[in-house]
Design a protein around this ligand. Structure first.
Ligand SMILES: [Zn+2]
Length: 223
C-alpha cells in the first residue's frame, strides 16, 4: 500500500518496507522538517533513502509492537539519525528477544540498542511547528502482543489510525506467538478502535488499508 495525506504543514506518507512488507508511516512538517516514523520495519537502507528523499529530521521512532518485521532495524536508524526509540513496556521482553526472533524467522536483525522511552496509553506527540501542535495519540491495545499499541491522528480531514498488527482488512492479528491473547485482542479492537469515527482510515501493519465502518460491518472476527 502507498498512502499520502496532507493538511497545513503536516504530511503523512505510508508505504510497505522489508521482507514481510510491514506498512511504515512517516509524519513530518514541511516547515520545520521534524519527523516521526511509525514502524520503520526491517530494511534500514530503504528508510535511509526515504529520509534523504523527503529531506526530514527524524526525531522519534514509534513502534506498534516489537516483532522483528516492525522494529528489526530501528537501532541502526536511531544511531544514524539521533531519533529516540519508543515502545510499550509490555513488549520489552520481545524487544530483548530480537536476535532470537531473527533466528526463528531466518531474518537478519540488528543488535538492539536500549530503548529511550516506554510508550504510555494516552501519550501524545507534537512538533515545534506551531501550525501542527498535538497530532498523534497512543492507544494501548494488547492482544497481538502484550505491549501492542495503535496510534491515532484526528488532525487530518480523514482521521488516521496506525493499527499495527491489531486490526487488518477483514482480519485481526495472530495471537499464537509469545504473549498473544485471542480474547484480549477482540476486547482491544471493540473497546478502543471500533469506537473511533466511522470514516477513520485504518493503516494496517500489513496489506491494504481499510475504514473503521467497513470492519464494523464486514470483519468476520468481530461478530
Ligand atoms: Zn506482529
Amino acid at each position: 500500500m502507498t498512502n499520502t495525506v496532507k493538511k497545513n504543514s503536516l504530511n503523512l506518507v505510508s508505504f510497505a518496507v522489508g521482507s514481510y512488507a510491514c506498512n511504515c508511516s512517516i509524519l513530518y512538517s514541511n516547515v520545520t522538517r521534524e519527523a516521526i516514523i511509525i514502524d520503520p520495519g526491517n530494511d534500514q537502507d530503504f528508510i535511509f533513502k526515504k529520509i534523504k528523499e523527503l529531506n526530514i529530521d527524524v526525531k522519534k521512532l514509534l513502534h506498534t509492537h516489537a516483532h522483528f518485521d516492525h522494529i528489526g532495524r530501528s537501532s541502526e536508524i536511531s544511531v544514524a539519525t539521533g531519533a529516540t526509540m519508543h515502545l510499550h513496556k509490555g513488549d520489552q521482553f520481545l524487544y530483548d528477544m530480537l536476535p532470537q526472533q531473527g533466528l526463528f524467522f531466518g531474518q537478519k536483525v540488528g543488535t538492539p540498542k536500549p530503548l529511550d522511552a516506554h510508550l504510555l496509553d494516552g501519550e501524545t506527540f507534537s512538533f515545534s511547528d506551531p501550525e501542527i501542535n498535538t497530532f498523534l495519540t497512543t492507544l494501548h491495545t494488547p492482544g497481538h502482543t502484550p505491549g501492542s499499541c495503535c496510534f491515532y491522528s484526528d488532525y487530518f480531514e480523514t482521521p488516521q489510525l496506525f493499527a499495527g498488527d491489531t486490526l487488518f482488512q477483514q482480519s485481526i492479528g495472530r495471537t499464537d506467538l509469545p504473549g498473544g491473547d485471542g480474547k484480549l485482542i477482540i476486547k482491544s479492537i471493540k473497546e478502543r478502535l471500533l469506537v473511533l469515527p466511522d470514516e477513520t482510515q485504518v493503516i494496517a501493519g500489513h496489506g491494504p488499508s481499510t475504514k473503521i465502518y467497513q470492519e464494523k460491518r464486514h470483519n468476520p472476527f468481530l461478530h
